[in-house]
Ligand binder design. Structure first.
Ligand code: KDG
Ligand code: MG
Length: 410
């Protein structure tokens, strides 16, 4: 199994995706997701210009050795671009190894530890009525756990709210933050209004939907440690499954302060990319869920190390699964989630119809549980002709300004 060819495929069916396809001399192919939202072409260059030439002629079965070679020989370590590129190689090689073994990948990773993966969907609404409709819609789709994001009075556009205008029966409407265009979209932010409003939203949701439905919320990095502590405390009566990204977590010590004040479970890590980003917060038990995706954390080989480390402290997985993780990245998450013991929950935002035409997938979603399916390998194939119909289009994530014009965390 010698690597003969490696192609980087960029396609933009509903949004931009970057996929690495590795082909071996015996005709096996493997796919890896290398999509980095809003910075896609930097990973394309990293792969095409620097990594692909190193792969040709290597043993496709030497996954750990290839990982260590790519990570250490670059000298420049870590970072989202490097780790997304290495992740794509790693996942493509796992796909090939599982195909060579004629097994679904989760079997090769140790076999299934559960029947399926509890998934949470994204309910949102600018108004209370739209939010309740969205929660009901997700329940009808089968979701047994739901993330709740709400508009805030006085703020025009805010993270996590799907446009009410696109909401109609039978239509899945997922929130897509990256917008095509020459410049990023500007949103407004006011922490005081947010902190006053959000507890009233969860009170109303609990009154309407009862005490049992697992509810999640994403604060999207916007709070200071003491503000985060206040939010966690004020949400305690509504029994959240988790509160996500309360602070910009590169300041890991911030979470000590948050923890001292609240028992609301904390999830962090979608923008982390190595085990070293988790060193302190895992060792000091400052979080409850690891939010990293396979795509942004060096692939299955590296994220498995992060999750095994977390398992020693009873910290579980909560892998990132937004639309910017491609179907290839989602499949990798599902195989890993099935195999590990400390699985917690899986984020599941649904891809659009065009994306599902480009990527042929074998996962299932039944009664609230995701399963990777029993096709060999990852269970995803990419239709290159279909992909070729959708060339890359520049797109940016939005950013935030406060009322006085100051740029704020988005
Ligand atoms: O690319 C950025 C998105 O993936 C991110 O904003 C989504 O926070 C997110 C989530 O929890 O899915
Ligand atoms: Mg998030």
């Amino acid at each position: 199994m010698i690597i003969e060819q490696a192609d980087v495929i960029v396609t933009s069916p509903d949004r931009n995706f970057v996929t690495l396809k590795i082909t071996t001399d015996d005709g096996l192919t493997g796919l890896g997701d290398a999509t980095l939202n809003g910075r896609e072409l930097s990973v394309v260059s990293y792969l095409r210009d620097h990594v692909v030439p190193l792969l040709i002629g290597r043993d496709a079965g030497a996954i750990e050795d290839t990982w260590q070679f790519l990570y250490r020989s670059a000298y420049w370590r870590r970072g989202p671009v490097t780790m997304a590129a290495i992740a794509a190689v790693d996942v493509a090689l796992w796909d090939i190894k599982a195909k060579a073994a004629s097994m679904p990948l989760y079997e090769l990773l140790g076999g299934a530890s559960r029947r399926g993966l509890l998934a949470y969907g994204h309910a949102s609404g600018g108004t209370r009525e739209a939010l309740f409709d969205s929660i009901r819609d997700h329940q009808e789709q089968g979701f047994k756990a739901i993330r709740v994001q709400s508009g805030v009075p006085g703020l025009k556009s805010i993270y996590g709210i799907a446009s009410d205008a696109t909401y109609s029966e039978g239509e899945t409407h997922e929130y897509e933050p990256a917008q095509r265009g020459a410049l990023p979209h500007e949103e407004d932010w006011d922490t005081g209004s947010y902190l006053r409003h959000i507890p009233t939203v969860f009170e109303a949701v609990r009154n309407e939907f009862g005490p049992e439905l697992p509810l999640l919320h994403d604060a999207h990095h916007r709070l200071s440690p003491i503000q985060a502590a206040r939010l966690g405390k004020s949400l305690e009566p509504y029994d959240l499954f988790w509160l996500e990204d309360v602070t910009p977590a590169e300041n890991q010590e911030a979470l000590r302060l948050v923890r001292r004040h609240t028992t609301t479970p904390l999830a962090i890590g979608e923008i982390f990319n190595t085990v070293w980003d988790y060193q302190q917060i895992v060792r000091e038990q400052l979080i409850d869920y690891v939010r990293s995706s396979v795509t942004h954390t060096g692939g299955i080989s590296h994220l498995k190390k992060v999750l095994d480390y977390a398992a020693q402290y009873q910290i579980k997985s909560g892998m990132h699964g937004p639309t910017d993780v491609s179907p290839v990245g989602m499949a990798a998450a599902l195989h890993l989630g099935l195999a590990i013991h400390n699985f917690g929950i899986q984020e599941y935002m649904q891809h659009g119809a065009r994306t599902n035409e480009v990527f042929d997938q074998s996962f299932t979603f039944t009664d609230g549980l995701l399963h990777a399916g029993d096709a060999v390998g990852l269970g995803v194939e990419l239709d290159t002709d279909e992909a070729g119909r959708y060339p890359y289009e520049r797109a940016y994530l939005p950013y935030n300004r406060l009322a006085d014009g100051t740029v704020h965390d988005w």
